[in-house]
Design a protein around this ligand. Structure first.
Ligand code: HSE
Length: 394
């Protein structure tokens, strides 16, 4: 199968290198040949590839009947979607790592692949190098999946782990994650939780075979976390993680929440540190499964792309068939929260009866409360100019 790689950044290079490095071994099973690599004019001189391989014109790739499969790894949102749409309409298979596009246009891209009878795969979009979507598709056929919990962003987990274990500052640690190639072009997508949210949308849509919308997910990122918060967590023998949670609540309802969560040593994700990602899910036949591995980076993500290419070449993937059924999330769970502010923190007195406690004038741990009332109050404090960090007690 002849392939065009769109984008020659971290993931594009990782994909290309693995295909070259494993060429002899792959040839025994499948024929995968990169015919073109699409890049910007300004990248051509320094890309290090044979000029015959390079293209700066997508139309040339679309018009080439020999190219059967597009690997979209540009990371671009609008352009990435157009590339994929046009490729599917030209009856070419699409493999992508672009979680933003898959999450936002899941239904449309899936329908196009179905209409034109081509493959559309995106294993690299969730969990970097972890094989999760391919096994999840078959587990979802066999199980009622009633919960998923995951650390889905390598950049955030790298920041949180290093702030906690090495007391590195937030900005310094984010810069290191960027230098290591983990972060998105705009790291706001990482630290404000958007990247995690998109991955949760993809996972939960597959898990229940019902399309989930991005705006159903309750979202809070990690950018307001300070070293004083982290020192308190360490003192309490807790770790803070940005967790994505999907939980089934009866037949017709579920919760979808991305927010910082404080977990103890007995939690299955407690030892998942650095850029590592992990996902636990519960299904009625299989009980609990945990998937863990590198969540970002050139070769782990390139490896996931090549796994999809093998499935496309062999025609062995399990296509999704979303029905028309829709549901909407109900995120008003009951939970206790750790809250800190850069100013005096005045919270309702009845948030502290029984197990809640005021740690000092600007930090507190509440008792279990309806999430909506906590978030509503904190939003008002933010509107009044306070810098607030909060984390759920897991
Ligand atoms: N920026 C993403 C992360 C890359 O840090 O997890 C992998 O999706």
């Amino acid at each position: 199968m002849k392939i065009a790689i769109l984008g020659y950044g971290t993931v594009g290079r990782g994909t290309y290198d693995i295909l070259q490095e494993r060429k002899n071994r792959l040839e025994d099973q499948v024929e995968l040949e990169v015919k073109k690599v699409l890049m910007l004019e300004k990248e051509v001189a320094t890309c290090g590839l044979d000029k015959a391989l390079v293209s700066t014109d997508y139309q040339e790739i679309l018009d080439d009947p020999e190219i059967e499969c597009i690997v979209e790894v540009t990371g671009a949102k609008k352009q990435g979607f157009l590339f994929m749409k046009e490729a599917l309409e030209a009856k070419k298979h699409v493999v992508t790592a672009n979680k933003a596009v898959v999450s936002k246009h899941f239904s449309e891209l899936n329908d196009l692949a179905d209409r034109y009878q081509v493959h559309f795969l995106y294993e690299a979009a969730v969990g970097g190098g972890i094989p999760i979507l391919t096994p999840l598709k078959s587990q979802a056929l066999l199980n009622n999946i009633d919960s998923i919990e995951g650390i889905l962003n390598g950049t955030c987990n790298y920041i949180l782990s290093n702030m906690q274990t090495k007391a590195w500052g937030y900005e310094e640690t984010l810069k290191k994650a960027q230098d290591l190639g983990f972060a998105e072009a705009d790291p706001t997508d990482d630290v404000e939780g958007f990247d995690t949210l998109r991955k949760l949308v993809i996972l939960s849509s597959i898990a229940q075979n019902i399309l989930v919308n991005e705006d159903e997910v309750a979202l809070e990122g990690i950018s307001n976390l300070g070293l004083e918060d982290v020192a308190y967590f360490k003192d309490q023998d807790l770790k803070v993680k940005l967790l994505a949670s999907y939980g089934k609540k009866g037949d017709d309802s579920y919760s979808l929440i991305v927010e910082p969560v404080l977990i103890g040593r007995d939690h299955p994700l407690y030892n998942v540190d650095g850029e590592t990602n992990a996902i636990t899910l519960h299904g009625h036949n299989v009980d609990q499964l945990t998937f863990m591995g590198p969540g970002a980076g050139k070769y782990p993500t390139g490896n996931a792309v090549v796994c999809d290419l093998i499935d496309v070449a062999r025609g062995s993937d399990l296509p999704l068939k979303f029905g028309d059924k829709t549901q909407s999330a109900e995120n008003n769970i009951q939970a206790a929260y750790y809250i800190s502010s850069d100013q005096d923190l005045n919270l309702p007195e009845d948030w502290f009866s029984n197990e809640g406690e005021k740690i000092d004038g600007h930090r507190a741990r509440t008792k279990a409360l309806p999430r909506d009332s906590v978030i509503g109050t904190l939003e008002n404090l933010r509107k009044a100019g306070q810098k607030i960090f909060f984390a759920r007690l897991g």
